[in-house]
Design a protein around this ligand. Sequence first.
Ligand code: KG4
Length: 338
Amino acid sequence: MSTIILGIESSCDDTSAAVIKDGLLLSNVIASQKVHEEYGGVVPELASRAHQQNIVPVVDTAIRRAGISPSDISAIAFTRGPGLLGSLLVGTSFAKGMAIGLGCRIVDVNHLHGHVLSHFIRNTVTDRVPEFPYLCLLISGGNSQIILVNSPRDMQVLGQTIDDAAGEAFDKCAKVMGLPYPGGPHIDRLSQEGDPKRFKFAKPHIPELDYSFSGLKTSFLYTLRDNVKADPDFIENNKADLAASLQATIIAILLDKLDKAVKITGVKTVAIGGGVSANSGVRAAVADYCASHNLAAFIPERAFTTDNAAMVAIAGYFKYLDGDFCAMDAAPYARVSV
Ligand code: KG4
């Protein structure tokens, strides 16, 4: 008998549902919330309400596109955390209610495990997947971590940010340049036409495999402040070079620790995940690094870099195979580590 997992993701501002059958993706539907754009960041209260409006049509569409009947579902996997509590409550409660209605089990998923395991989302059985152990550079708006993945259920954080995440560095620097939220994609776009060597920004001197991005943010801010004093149009006239230099610095910081982790662990496979892994410069730099170091590189499809239920479904599938189900009184958690 086939194993069919319905995945539900509602940790932040994307409502998503996906269906996988025996590990293969049948559908992945994402409703992104536009309501936050005018506020320069995600407004939790509005996110919860939008999830409430989106969840039924999104799940319904995912099931229809998968061509299955709800009664075929073996288990419902849902994101239990980390994330915004109000948003998580919508997905958690929905998963429980639907599971009770269908008489199936629920599986709780750590959202971070979803990003790390997103490389196992396959459309066909011939799609390549990483071999264990592999290193995953998890870079998003809330995390910057280097994770040693020994198996789908055994992960070890080797290093992480001690202050801002890489995505925050992109977003906060973009904000002082007057770019809309989230700024990461705008920096990416502007970088294509800029000179990455034009400006020098501070790089951290943090021991071991940990990251820090707050010094870079300050250094970026001071560069703008000092130059704008002399030329009020400085930002407007140097947008592309500022973006390219910022992006190049973030990439250099990320790659420096990744290289150390590769040398320490001796692993032969490197993966990236999380929203910042959509960045074209990061993708190219990691691919080049892996090619020149004879490592297998796993760069996710762009659709699987941001929040999506396909990664929740695949992480849930691994737990399902282990018979690791979740109790019906499980509450979501806003904070949880890998
Ligand atoms: O994983 P994610 O969707 O969710 C959170 O952790 O919140 O990551 C969102 C982050 C944001 O900081 C956003 O600016 C960044 O991913 N991001 C990018 C790009 N696309 C998304 N950063 C740089 N370049 C991009 N193309």
